[in-house]
Write a protein that binds this ligand. Sequence first.
Ligand SMILES: [Fe+2]
Length: 218
Amino acid sequence: MHTDFENRLKDLVETYSHQIAEQNALSRRAREKTLTAEDVECYLTNMFYVFANTLPACHYALIISRSRNNEKMAEFCVEKMEDEKGHEVWAQDDLKHLGIANGLPNFNLVSQQSKDLVQYGRDVIDIDENFFSVYTFCFEYLTVVEGPKLLAQLEELGFSRESMSGLGYHVDLDKHHIEDDIKIILDTMRENHPEAMLEVARKTMDHLHKFLEYCVIH
Ligand SMILES: [Fe+2]
């Protein structure tokens, strides 16, 4: 049953990832070569926002896991906090490359959809802390599946890999992180979990789609 669930989850996220890459405004503009420097600043600022909120989300999941005596999940959260520490600095470095003074994000560019995506992470923890690993898996698997193509498109537009380090480093790291996610998902899965976990994955992918649609200038 476990491998069957792993395949179902991966298939679901892959299907959504291809659709997202096909349709979202960031990828579309990158593909059609209409992406502007303002769009890229907006994208990096929204990435900054999400990265900066990863550690607090992991910490929240840790507190909730401990309060519910969920040691396995608590252990996963501690490792995740270690893995995700300081990643927002990459987005700031990328903003500096773009010519933004001190890499200071302009928070007016943070979309409501980015805020909703972050909030949804809190919501799943409140419902069941074990769902948090499904939420993080969706981010990381989307990055693994579609990140390399986006990086190549951005490079073709003159945004070098060094100026896209937030995406580039995650493409490399997330290959390993998805293994940790899958392991804890299968380790903590209870009988009534599979359908609920797939529903969390669907909703997370919907949020990620909206995040990528509105992470450029509208
Ligand atoms: Fe990260």
